[in-house]
Design a protein around this ligand. Structure first.
Ligand SMILES: [Zn+2]
Length: 61
């Protein structure tokens, strides 16, 4: 299980999975910005590495 829904309380900097901080009861925010997508980045790098390997084995002249 991936920590997709990890949240953080900006008040006491406590990480939690709940909508509200168990310490102070304030609403929490999702820890990662929505625009940040590590999966896409890794996929892009994997595809690029695959293409690089293929062109190395079969050079295009
Ligand atoms: Zn808190």
């Amino acid at each position: 299980m991936r920590p997709r829904l990890l949240r953080i309380c900006r008040h006491c900097y406590r990480y939690t999975l709940k909508d509200r901080c168990p310490t102070c009861g304030r609403p929490t925010e999702i820890a990662h910005p929505p625009r940040f997508s590590p999966d896409d980045r890794y996929l892009e790098l994997r595809l690029k590495a695959k293409l690089d390997r293929r062109s190395a084995h079969h050079p295009v002249y």
